[in-house]
Design a binder for this molecule. Structure first.
Ligand SMILES: [Zn+2]
Length: 254
């Protein structure tokens, strides 16, 4: 016997969608101008001194055909690109082309002598939330294959856990060229490793608080895959030093 599917929810959705769209259009028309919230919970500066780690900044050539990057001790260590004489900037040319102008980026490379390297990037989104790109889209676009994605909770202090999204990735077809990528988001209300939680709160703030919240995106590229308790513990050791240096005390939401 043929079964006729129950159509009521679909019909209801078809009715509700134009209503919702109408309500949103109406709201957008009459809403007061949106304010940019400036609650920052992270410093947009990464420490040069960090326990036993050596640290360097990356300067990127802005000259389109060159686009080389140079690890140096400070942002003023090089005046111009040693390869082509082009202008240097801590922001890569590809990022500058892609990101809205009010996006802020801090980046530093930390290297444990005789051990692993970690490139830490903090991206602070501007009024336009497109500043934050999903690494699941960016990594494949740059030639990295995603092997595994998982969430990991690291214990930083007895009272402070941090949950990160972790991606184990491989560059090209070389199975030895593997590395780890970890990230999380820091918003005015909370920190989360989930894009969906961040998008929920961005929409909530927009609709109910009339604010564009500035989210920070913290990403760490590690020179080893983050797929063993030992590699995760090495990352936790870095974060135990890094977090107190970059976190600002939370303020109560207004
Ligand atoms: Zn150059």
């Amino acid at each position: 016997m043929l079964h006729t599917p129950f159509q009521a929810p679909r019909a209801a959705a078809l009715l509700i969608l134009p209503l919702l769209a109408g309500a949103t259009a109406c709201w957008l028309h009459f809403a007061p101008p949106i304010k940019t919230a400036d609650e920052l919970r992270l410093r947009m500066e990464l420490p040069a001194e960090l326990g036993p780690y050596d640290s360097q900044v990356l300067l990127h050539c802005q000259n389109d055909p060159c686009r080389r990057s140079f690890p140096v001790s400070s942002e003023t260590a090089l005046k111009e690109c040693p390869a082509c004489g082009g202008l240097l900037s801590p922001i890569a040319r590809s990022e500058r082309d892609l990101l809205p102008a009010d996006t802020r980026i801090a980046r530093r490379l930390y290297h444990m002598p005789g051990g692993q390297s970690y490139t830490v990037t903090i991206v602070l989104a501007g009024a336009d939330p497109r500043s934050i790109h999903r690494p699941q889209q960016c990594l494949p676009a740059q030639g990295y294959a995603i092997e595994r994605q998982h969430a990991e909770t690291l214990s930083l202090t007895p009272r402070r856990n941090l949950t990160l999204a972790v991606i184990d990735s491989r560059r090209g077809s070389d199975p030895s060229a593997r590395f780890g990528f970890a990230y999380w988001f820091v918003g005015p209300h909370l920190e989360t490793h989930s894009h969906y939680v961040r998008l929920f709160w961005t929409t909530y703030d927009h609709l109910f608080r009339n604010k564009v919240s500035r989210w920070a995106y913290v990403a760490i590229a590690a020179s080893e895959p983050l797929n063993t308790p030992e590699s995760l513990e090495r990352l936790a050791s870095l974060l135990r030093l890094l977090m107190p240096a970059i976190e600002l005390p939370a303020r109560s939401p207004s």
